[in-house]
Design a binder for this molecule. Structure first.
Ligand code: NAP
Length: 248
């Protein structure tokens, strides 16, 4: 039976790359994001290379009802959905208390937490009805330590990681898998204006690693696992004085 994957934020970066990668592995793909014209170009790119079904729909993950409806429409079109990737996210920054920082923080929390929860909630209800499924959450290594200039982003990713871990417990006796992936720096528009991107990897490599981890249904992982698994653990326990001296 053919496999199908539903991706939010598929118009750019990791979402688009995962769509291409999964299509190359024979998956039918449901591409969603706010910019439908960009999604249609991604669809064309996929269908020029691979013989898979591609469903496209405009979706703002802040709209819960739309999220439920688009997921059901995608499943009807593709004959079911096996995996949902809650990938859509934004990376605005700003130091707490500075002008404009609150507006950025609110947008980040809305998209990365409320929007991701809308996706995960709709997927859970859908998979319960379907009897099986796999939910993937895009967190970040920034979830392991609140860092200066990206407090709301770090907080949003910590929130969605913890939320997904709670979902893992709630679905423990059901045929629903939960994967929480925490990338370091993969080259996409979300980070390409940053001055420093330690251990940066290119998008094609990032997409392959993400797809491998998703197909293995790992419970959780940094991306790539080395060196970020170790770095994340160290980051979490570094003394504040040292973090402030290096990054403050
Ligand atoms: N790249 C990295 O190194 C890295 C590291 C850690 C975590 N992540 C996480 O990975 C995910 C993807 O990031 P990326 O690097 O691929 O960034 P990106 O290239 O900026 O892509 C972000 C995607 O999210 C979509 N999006 C934003 N707001 C949305 C909304 N309200 N509704 C629906 N879609 C929305 C955008 O599409 P539209 O504008 O068309 O809606 C776009 O497709 C994010 O959750 C990010 O936090 C990335």
């Amino acid at each position: 039976m053919s496999k199908s994957i539903f991706i939010t934020g598929a118009s750019s970066g990791l979402g688009k790359q995962m769509a291409l990668e999964f299509a190359s592995r024979g998956y039918n793909v449901a591409l969603t994001a706010r910019r439908e014209d960009v999604l249609l170009a991604v669809k064309k790119q996929i269908q020029e290379q691979y013989e898979v079904e591609v469903f496209v729909a405009a979706l703002d993950v802040l709209d819960y009802e739309q999220t439920q409806q688009v997921l059901i429409a995608a499943a009807a079109h593709l004959g079911g959905i096996d995996k949902v990737i809650a990938n859509a996210g934004i990376g605005l920054g700003g130091r707490i208390g500075e002008e404009g920082a609150f507006d950025c923080a609110r947008d980040v929390i809305n998209t990365n937490v409320v929007g991701a929860i809308a996706t995960i909630d709709a997927a859970t209800a859908f998979f319960r009805q379907q009897g099986q499924g796999h939910i993937v959450t895009l967190s970040s290594v920034s979830a392991f330590r609140g860092l200066p200039g990206t407090a709301a982003y770090s907080a949003s990713k910590a929130a969605i990681s913890v939320y997904s871990e709670a979902l893992r417990v709630e679905t423990y006796n059901e045929n629903i898998n939960i994967t929480v992936l925490s990338p370091g720096y993969i080259d996409t528009p979300i980070n390409n204006s940053l001055e420093s991107r330690p251990f940066l990897i290119d998008l094609a490599s990032g997409g392959k690693i993400l797809a491998d981890l998703i197909e293995k249904k790992v419970k959780r992982s940094t991306v790539p696992s080395w060196p970020w698994g170790l770095v994340a653990r160290i980051l979490a326990i570094l003394p504040t004085a040292l973090v402030a001296k290096v990054m403050g």
